[in-house]
Design a binder for this molecule. Sequence first.
Ligand code: PYR
Length: 382
Amino acid sequence: MAQNQNFDTVAIHAGQEFDPTTGAVIPPVYMTSTYVQDGIGGLRSGYEYSRGGNPTRTSLETLLAALEGGKHGLSFASGLAAEDTLLRAILKPGDHIVLGNDVYGGTHRLIEKVHGAWGVRNTTVEMSDLSAVEQAIIPGETKILWIETPSNPLMKISDIAALARLGHGAGAVVVVDNTFASPALQHPLALGADVVVHSTTKYLGGHSDVIGGALVINDDELFESVKFLQFAAGPVSAPLDAWLTVRGIKTLSVRMERHCTNAQAIAEFLQGHPAVDTVYYPGLPSHPGHELAKAQMSGFGGMISLSFRGGAQAARTFCESMHLFQLAESLGGVESLVNYPAEMTHASVRGTDLEVADNVVRLSVGIEDVADLIADLTGALP
Ligand code: PYR
C-alpha cells in the first residue's frame, strides 16, 4: 500500500492483496482453526492457531489501522469484547476511570458492574465540559479518560484534542469510541488520542449482518499487552465476520456521504415539527456542539435523537408506528432503525446519572431515498 493514498482508496485496498495462489482479486475467507507445521516449531507463515492469528483477521486488522491512521489494529468478537480487553490491559483494582455521562449503556455496564466488581472505580462526567472533566480526574489514580463523541444517544460533542491534553497531563490513557462518526468522518488519533475503539457492527460493517469490535493503538507496549490478553482469553473475531467487515468497509465512504445528507435533511424536517421538543443532531446550527463538530469531523453522521413534547407515550407511539424505520437496537446499517433508549440500548443505566429520559427516541438514518424516510416519519408523527 502506497503511503500517500487517500482515505477512499485506503478503505478499498489496505491489507487486501490478491490471493497469490489463484489470483483471486478478493482474498478468501480462511476458515481454518489451525495451520500445518513443517516439523515442530516450523511455522510456514507465522500462523499457528486461529485464536492467535488468522489471515482474514490480519487483513481486517491491517485495514482498521490504516483507516484510523494508527500503528496497530486488533479485531474482536464484539465492541464490548474490545473494550473489556483494553480495560483489562490497563487497569488494576483501585484504579480510576473517567467516562462521559452519556455513553452507550453497555459500556457503562461493563465498567461499573464488571470492572467495578474487582475494584475499578469510575466517575461519570459531562465530557463536553472541560472544567468538569478536570475536576473528575484524580492525578495518579485516573488511568483512563474514556471519550465517546458524538455520544450515544444525545449526540454530545467533546473536544478530543483538548481532552487528550488534559488526560495526558494527568498520566491517563485517552480512549475515543469512534463508532458514531467512523473513521470516514473523524480521526481521534490525529487529534491526540491514544486508542480508538469501535463497534464494527455499526458503520464499518454497515449492513447489520455481523457483530464485531476493534481497537487501534499507537503505543507498542500497550498494543503488546492487549494482544497478549486477546491471545490468552480468545475474544477474537471469527474469519467470516472479519471478511464481512472488510467487505463492508469498502463502501464506507460512499455510505457515510448518504447517511450524512439523509440525516441532515431529516434533522431539519424534525426540528420544525410541533410534536418535537429537541432535535439532537450536530449538523444543526442550534446544536451546542455544532462548531466543534465542524472543526473535528468532516461530516455530522447518520445518528439523530429527538425528544417529544408529549412525553413517553408520544415517544413510544412514534417508535411503534413506522414501517421503513424498523424498531431495533444497533445502528449504522444501510437500513434505517428506530430505538427507544430508555428501555432498549440504555435500559441498563436506568436509575443512574446516565438514565436516558423516557421521551427520547434515537434514529439511525439509513441510505434509503430520503423522501421515503420523511414520508415514514410524517406518518408516525402526531
Ligand atoms: C446501540 O444500539 O447503541 C448498541 O451499541 C447496541
